[in-house]
Design a protein around this ligand. Structure first.
Ligand code: NAD
Ligand code: UFG
Length: 339
């Protein structure tokens, strides 16, 4: 049996592909490289010493997707990562975001149904909680107040998946709400490769550490947090990848539809991250305190106890390992995957 991985050339998908190959699964990756590079596939092979099938296709192309299922009759489940994910860009390109993320998911579900494949793990996000009423956040917290089109697509896809399950209880669906994935594979062969100047904290910090950027802009020190800077639940991407293995194995056994927070349960502020990075790497991170970034929230961290109880998963890596592995990736790949 094989697992279809959509968006498997991306940051989280590539790390998940490695974990599945190492666990002995056969996988088929599909990706259109709209936010990734073909060289990632060679790196996955180099890390695992294993081969897999790959199709360069757009999820919106139903014919091409059907061909994948035709040629791989042993696909029995899907891990669905493919989607556009830049929060800021989604505000300016809502049509592209809704079309890619919603239509892509609908096309995938339609094709899966046609081929009798009804088991899916879906990449959702803590962004569905919008401004959380309290922290740590549990899965039953209110959702549906996402503050941007990207977040809305996650809220909507979660609803679509629930309706699909309601219409046909043979579906097995695990929705994983990721908190803030960072870090990289220990080998330094795969990692996060943002386009241009990074928007997210860790990729920005790694580029300050390497001298590519002069200093970190700290967006706000007047939040209601221990030092006033924004607090998040950072999770090592390898821990996150392993959560997909557990989620798939569990949903196949238990059936139904379920949702899990995937975080460590510990919140770190921006300044905590600066200190942790300096401690982990011995490099100085220069920063300047600036005004708040529009749309940001003060504190967001998970209660991950449901994933521990039901999936038997919890994060193994701490913040120092996350920083060290991110730094190692940046050091070995100063220009990411290059051109
Ligand atoms: P990524 O951009 O690195 O990976 C997504 C991959 O999907 C890319 O390789 C891209 O080329 C591909 N893709 C996008 N649209 C496609 C389409 N129509 N057809 C085929 N391939 C397509 O992103 P990531 O960080 O690995 O995120 C993976 C998933 O996890 C996304 O759904 C994202 O929204 C979600 N997520 C990410 C984060 C985060 O901080 N990285 C947080 C929460 C949720
Ligand atoms: N920050 C800075 N300077 C920077 C970048 C970020 O101070 O240059 C701060 C932010 O203000 C925030 C924290 O660092 O307090 C984390 O910011 P990120 O941009 O790394 O992450 P966010 O929590 O804002 O967003 C992430 C993902 C989104 C997802 C959201 C909720 O990027 O896709 O988590 O899950 F929607």
């Amino acid at each position: 049996m094989s697992v279809l991985i959509t968006g498997g050339a991306g940051f989280i998908g590539s790390h998940t592909a490695v974990e599945f190959l190492n666990a002995g699964y056969d996988i088929v990756i599909v990706d259109n490289f709209c936010n990734s590079k073909p060289v990632v596939l060679d790196r996955i092979k180099a890390i695992t010493g294993k081969n897999f099938k790959f199709y360069q296709l757009d999820l919106l192309d139903a014919r091409a997707l059907e061909n994948v299922f035709e040629e791989n009759k042993d696909i029995d489940s899907c891990i669905h990562f493919a989607g556009l994910k830049a929060v800021g860009e989604s505000v300016f390109k809502p049509i592209e975001y809704y079309h890619n993320n919603l239509t892509g998911t609908l096309t995938l579900c339609q094709t899966m149904k046609k081929y009798g494949v009804k088991t899916m793990v879906f990449s959702s996000s803590a962004t569905v909680y919008g401004v959380p009423e309290s922290v740590p956040i549990k899965e039953d917290a209110k959702i549906g107040e996402a503050t941007n089109p990207y977040g809305e697509t996650k809220v909507m896809i979660e609803r679509i998946l629930r309706d699909i399950y309601k219409s046909d209880n043979e579906w097995n669906i695990s929705v994983l709400r990721y908190f803030n994935p960072i870090g990289a594979h220990k080998s330094g062969l795969i990692g996060e490769d943002p386009k241009g100047i990074p928007n997210n904290l860790l990729p920005y910090v790694t580029q300050v550490a390497s001298g590519k950027l002069p200093y970190l802009h700290v967006y706000g020190d007047d939040y209601d947090t221990h030092d006033g800077t924004g607090v998040r639940d950072y999770i090592h991407v390898v821990d996150l990848a392993q959560a997909h293995l557990k989620a798939l194995e569990s949903i196949k056994q238990r059936g139904g539809i379920d949702v899990f927070n995937i975080g460590t349960g510990t919140g770190y502020s921006v300044l905590d991250i600066v200190k942790a990075y300096e401690k982990a790497t011995g490099k100085k991170i220069n920063y300047k305190i600036e005004g708040r970034r529009p749309g940001d929230i003060g504190a967001c961290f998970a209660d991950p106890s449901k994933a521990a109880e039901i999936l038997g998963w919890s994060a193994k890596y701490g913040i120092l390992e996350m920083c060290r592995d991110a730094d190692n990736w940046q050091k070995k790949n100063p220009d990411g995957y290059g051109e």
